[in-house]
Design a protein around this ligand. Structure first.
Ligand code: G3P
Ligand code: CA
Length: 266
């Protein structure tokens, strides 16, 4: 073999884009009711690399999977999650709002969601409340049997990320933020880096905002900070953010998006 050949093989290989790492947002929530066991199980069937779910602490110290601070949108009856017991919340129907076929689906606990995660796949645990959830959450995650590398804690609440990294530095943890409406982007890279460093986060995750550019992601990555994005259901946007350097793409449609990304680039 010519000595130049191995270098050529490496070069050709590098022309291929990295495989997309797809995180199922609230499970396969385009096809099943968000944040329920059927949505998470469907996400695995659709070939997701990870699932993402939203979690709150209940009045009796348990951890329940629901996005909003109350149950009105997904259960048709308003109960404040933090003021309700797990039994009260699980007595509600969290599936019928989506389609009658899902009637009778209940809100799962953190442990029940963790139990769906296959070996080698990841679990993005989004904390929607404050750091009061952290001791119970770390107990539940430790009891889940998942490896440390399978768990990624994410939150808009910076003190939550800080509390997780102080107690369990082995878990990857990312700070989430939305951007303000104006320009330049707010938070900009200076504010993101300062926050991420102060709370010892491993990364930053934002909406797949069209204003975000390569320089933004490069600044973070040059500083050793991961970048991730949500919620992307079309191949063009997913390709753009993968090219910018997003390490994961959170989507409501993991099966659809993977197929679309495998197709020809327009
Ligand atoms: O993955 C982050 C994303 O889920 C944050 O937004 O409102 O859908 O929880 P939200
Ligand atoms: Ca979420």
């Amino acid at each position: 073999m010519s000595p130049a050949l191995p270098a050529l093989v490496v070069f050709v290989g590098s022309l291929h884009a990295a495989e997309p790492f797809l995180v199922a947002h609230r499970g396969a929530s385009h096809d099943a009711p968000e944040n329920t066991l059927p949505a998470f199980e469907l996400a695995w069937k659709q070939g997701a690399d990870a699932i993402e779910g939203d979690f709150h602490l209940t009045a009796d110290g348990r951890i329940v999977c629901i996005h909003d601070f109350d149950t009105a949108r997904v259960a048709g009856r308003k109960m404040i999650v933090k003021d309700s017991t797990l039994a009260e919340l699980q007595a509600l129907d969290a599936g019928a709002w989506f389609k009658p076929a899902w009637k009778g689906t209940r809100m799962p606990t953190l442990r029940e969601v963790a139990a769906t995660v296959p070996a080698g796949k990841k679990f993005y645990v989004e904390v929607k409340c404050g750091p009061e959830i952290v001791p119970a959450m770390l107990d539940d995650l430790a009891a889940s049997g998942l490896d440390d590398e399978q768990i990624v804690v994410i939150s808009f609440n910076a003190p939550v990320i800080q509390a997780v990294k102080e107690r369990k530095p082995q878990y990857k943890a990312c700070w989430l933020s939305s951007f303000g409406k104006g320009t330049p982007l707010d938070p900009g890279t200076g504010k993101v880096l300062a926050t991420v460093r102060a709370i010892q986060a491993d990364g930053f995750s934002s909406k797949a905002d069209p204003r975000l550019d390569a320089a933004f992601v490069k600044t973070l990555r040059d500083a050793g900070i991961e970048y991730h994005c949500w919620t992307v259901d079309d191949a063009a946007t997913a390709r753009r953010f993968m090219e910018l350097g997003a390490l994961s793409i959170t989507t409501n449609r993991p099966g659809f998006l993977r197929n679309a990304l495998a197709g020809p680039t327009p």
